[in-house]
Structures are given as structure tokens and as C-alpha cells.
Design a protein around this ligand. Structure first.
Ligand code: GLY
Length: 190
């Protein structure tokens, strides 16, 4: 789902007010309540893989910003240019939001793909129901009754000041517990 430009996660994520994609993700294992989360990634292609690496290969629960990308790179997770995440549709949404809020419009990233690249909506296509193409998440229950949950997002269009929502906050956007028989991945304005 992070590679599908229609969703607000990975490629196709919404833009910050500064015209960047800052990505958040979390994963939790309901068997032992271990969890991993990342926020503000800009170069790691699959933020959910970074969250899993935090959970499984670090002594930490949450990493943020350039350090989180550096950790992901150290774990051999694929790194990409920030323009990898660019889609014209999300850029157009940013311009509309900033215009409505009376905020300055950042320059279009120089290395952004052209407007007919993947993720651009075909001209004449019906508008998407944006509520169905937001944050992505999954919960899983295996044959042994083990639960897990994961969530990935670009956050909110035109977010500012390092804003981080609910997604990477364990117990808010993501939670799983076999003992409690519950696995949750939340979306909305967290
Ligand atoms: N639920 C996604 C966010 O608020 O960032």
C-alpha cells in the first residue's frame, strides 16, 4: 500500500506546508506487546519496514526525523530521493489548502515527476472520495490466534512545525494485544 500512489502513505503521501513528504508508521505485535514506530521520515521508501526494524532490531520504540532515516538505512532498508513520494494530486491538494489558509506556496520540487507520472489523476477522471484513500492500516489474526497491527501515513495536508498525528503513537493509532483480543489501526485526523 505504501507503493500505491492513491493512498496517503509512502508514495502518494500528503505534503507539509513546506512542500515535503514526512512519513509516519507503527507496528505492534500482540503476542508480546513489542512495538516500533517512526515519524518524519523523508527518504525511507517503506516506513512500515522501518517501524518493524525499530521493533525487532533496536532497543527503542520510536525514532524520528533524519535519525530514523539513518537507522533505516543502517538496516539496509531502501532509501529513495524525496521526490519518489511526489504525486501531482497531493501537490494540487497542498496548493489548495495553503491558498485557503493564506499561507505561502512553496516551490514545486525541482526533481518532481511531471504531472502525467504515476499518481497523477487522469484528466476527466471522476474525483476520488478522499476518505477512502487516506492513511493505510492492517490488522492480522493468524491460525494460532496471534494478533498484530500496523499503520502508515503521510499525516495531514499542509501540516507544520513537525506535526505528528496518532499513527505512530502506540496505543493511539496502532495497538495489538493477544491477551485483550484486540488489534487496532486508526485513521482520521489523529
Ligand atoms: N491519522 C493520521 C494523522 O492524523 O496523521
Amino acid at each position: 500500500m505504501e507503493d500505491e500512489p492513491l493512498f496517503n502513505a509512502g508514495r502518494g503521501a500528503v505534503f507539509t506546508a513546506e512542500g515535503r513528504n514526512e512519513l509516519d508508521a507503527a507496528v505492534m505485535n500482540g503476542r508480546d506487546l513489542t512495538a516500533g514506530a517512526v515519524a518524519g521520515l523523508t527518504t525511507t521508501r517503506h516506513p512500515i519496514a522501518a517501524a518493524r526494524a525499530v521493533m525487532e532490531r533496536s532497543p527503542h520504540v520510536m525514532l524520528i526525523g533524519p535519525g530514523a532515516d539513518a537507522f533505516a538505512a543502517s538496516q539496509n532498508l531502501e532509501q529513495v530521493e524525496p521526490a519518489w513520494f511526489f504525486t501531482q494530486r497531493r501537490w494540487d491538494q497542498l496548493i489548495r489548502a495553503l491558498t485557503e489558509q493564506g499561507l505561502p506556496i512553496p516551490s514545486r520540487p525541482a526533481d518532481a515527476p511531471s504531472s502525467d507520472a504515476p499518481g497523477a489523476q487522469a484528466s476527466g477522471a471522476p474525483p476520488l472520495d478522499e476518505r477512502k484513500f487516506g492513511t493505510v492500516g492492517a490488522v492480522a489474526l493468524d491460525a494460532q490466534g496471534r494478533l498484530a497491527a500496523g499503520t502508515s501515513t503521510g499525516g495531514m495536508t499542509a501540516k507544520r512545525w513537525g506535526r505528528v498525528g496518532d499513527v505512530p503513537i502506540i496505543g493511539a493509532g496502532t495497538y495489538a494485544s493477544n491477551a485483550d483480543g484486540c488489534a487496532v489501526s486508526a485513521t482520521g485526523s489523529g
